[in-house]
Design a protein around this ligand. Structure first.
Ligand SMILES: [Ca+2]
Length: 529
């Protein structure tokens, strides 16, 4: 979402605030359909934009960016801009939506370019933000496009940009709405005084420290982890995990895949019993799959919500009472970029429902739940503890700052070193502690167990070993269980490869990253003595 400074500079002086002309919605919020002359007049049109009539919609805004006539020349950027008042929403989570039709939108060089119906603002605390409804490239008939975001407390002036950035094509836009998201920040109580000891579901073991493994039976990998003193694996049942569209929707076929995954897990569990390794069963792929904006279908369609619960009943029936199964990890990295419709459970309520269903079958195995937005620590601002009997472990994934941990992944070009300035902010151990503070606050407020199910730093990130050392020291200080992402999975995360991106083979001498993680695992052996 970077490199969009131009958009901020494109404000047109003297425009009326657009939302003053719109229709107020009950419960707070605003709708703009462009039918009022005053609303249309608040835009200063450029030569690329005009008001046109669309069937059943009255006025809609058309913005066209024809392909360049010159061979090989990249499309430029066209937009109209209007001031927008976000101040009434300061400190609130909002949902920004627009109806968009589009024709022949070309694929831009960076994924954050393309169709824009975007709110832009800047505050000293949060820096610049660009909140754009998610649109595909290509052609699409009218569709409701959405983004949800939190308006910062210190919000000042904001701008609305509608157009095409470094993409050719034509778009039509109508029916803008800004509404309050039902998912708002929770005010957590202060730290509990003199909290009693809390069970994380492994009472005979001081702490669980281990790694993610891939979905395969790899006895050598298990032996190595045991030799390194790891006492936990997070077994990811995964395929097409972030694929969108028509995948993972066939329920019978999905359940067959689950059974195949569990057959592999059964073999792993036999070895784990001999090696003293506990297992976290991670449902990494959502039943029902995802929409184009990556939101998981099961938070919007009751058919898949029910199926998700059924999948967990099925797994719990198979493993209830198993001594090596530590936890059922209900859904990896929940993602829903807009509120659930009436009658559907959202990411938190649905996990709670599945947890209750499991408890009818298995009263003892721990259940671990994850927060919205890919289990980012910030998600802990928005949830309360679940009301479910037995042990519920609250899980976070630590990839902050993402620009550092994922540099070079999926085409990310910028390179960063830790500690240091990363994406304009200074990061060191204290900064990482601040990033994890929402999780820490939740733990202290409610005296609940915390598990860092995933954390990592890409092996070619300069300072990756130091980053791993700093985060694991924080986990240890706070008494959190943890599993490194990932052991003998993708080489980018490998603890056995060198820090050289170009070197595809395991290294002859262990890299410092391996030493840091094994130092953590060694605490398991010390605890056993
Ligand atoms: Ca209209």
């Amino acid at each position: 979402m970077r490199r969009q400074g131009l958009w901020m500079a494109a404000a047109t002086a003297g425009c009326a605030l657009l939302c003053r002309a719109g229709e107020a919605l009950p419960g707070g919020g605003y709708r703009e359909t462009f039918e009022a002359e005053a609303a249309r007049a608040s835009f200063t049109l450029t030569p690329h934009a005009r008001w046109v009539q669309a069937e059943g919609r009255g006025y809609v805004l058309e913005v066209a960016n024809p392909p360049s006539q010159q061979q090989g020349r990249k499309p430029g950027t066209v937009a109209v801009t209007v001031p927008f008042d976000l101040k009434p929403y300061a400190g609130k989570q909002v949902v920004w939506q627009a109806d968009v039709r589009q024709e022949d939108v070309t694929v831009p060089p960076d994924r954050w370019n393309g169709v824009k119906c975007m709110l832009c603002f800047e505050t000293p605390a949060t820096g610049k933000q660009w909140q754009n409804v998610a649109c595909p490239t290509g052609s699409s008939d009218w569709a409701r496009r959405t983004v949800a975001f939190e308006v910062p407390e210190g919000i000042g002036d904001a701008l609305l940009n509608i157009g095409l950035q470094v993409s050719a094509g034509t778009i039509w836009v109508d029916n803008l709405t800004l509404t309050l998201d039902p998912r708002q920040r929770v005010k957590h109580p202060p730290p509990m005084r003199d909290p009693p000891p809390v069970s994380a579901g492994h009472d005979g073991i001081e702490r669980l420290r281990g790694a993610m493994i891939r979905q395969a039976y790899d006895p050598e990998a298990l032996k190595t982890l045991a030799a390194w003193n790891a006492n936990l694996i997070r077994y990811q049942m995964t395929r097409n995990w972030d694929a969108v569209g028509d995948v993972n929707r066939d329920k019978a076929e999905f359940m067959q895949w689950i059974d195949n995954s569990l057959a592999t897990l059964d073999k792993i569990l036999v070895d784990c019993e001999k090696l003293g390794i506990r297992v976290c069963i991670d449902l990494h792929t959502p039943p029902g799959g995802r929409y184009e904006d990556k939101s998981m279908r099961m938070f919007f369609e009751p058919e898949y919500a029910d199926f998700f619960v059924e999948v967990w009943r099925h797994i719990a029936r198979r493993y209830t009472g198993h001594p090596m199964v530590w936890a059922y990890d209900l859904i990896n990295e929940p993602c829903q970029n807009r509120p659930s419709p009436e009658g559907c459970d959202n990411y938190w309520a649905l996990q709670e429902r599945a947890a209750r269903a499991i408890r009818e079958i298995d009263r003892d195995t721990a259940i671990t739940v994850e927060v919205d937005q890919w289990d980012d620590p910030g998600g802990f601002h928005f949830v309360r503890p679940m009301n479910v009997p037995g042990v519920i472990v609250y899980q976070a994934h630590m990839y902050r700052p993402h620009a550092f941990t994922h540099q070079g992944v999926r085409g990310a070009k910028e390179r960063w070193a830790y500690p240091g300035v990363i994406s304009g902010r200074h990061y060191d151990k204290e900064a990482l502690r601040r990033e994890l503070q929402p999780v820490r606050d939740f733990q202290l407020a409610y005296n609940v167990p915390i598990y860092i199910g995933e954390f990592s730093a890409i092996r070619w990130g300069q300072g990756a070993a130091r980053y791993l050392q700093d985060v694991t020291e924080i986990f240890e200080e706070y008494g959190w269980d943890w599993s490194y992402h990932a052991f003998r999975e993708w080489s980018g995360w490998s603890l056995e490869h060198s820090d050289d991106e170009a070197d595809p083979h395991p290294a002859a001498t262990p890299p410092d990253r391996q030493k840091v993680i094994r130092k953590g695992f060694d605490l398991n052996r010390k605890a056993e003595r």
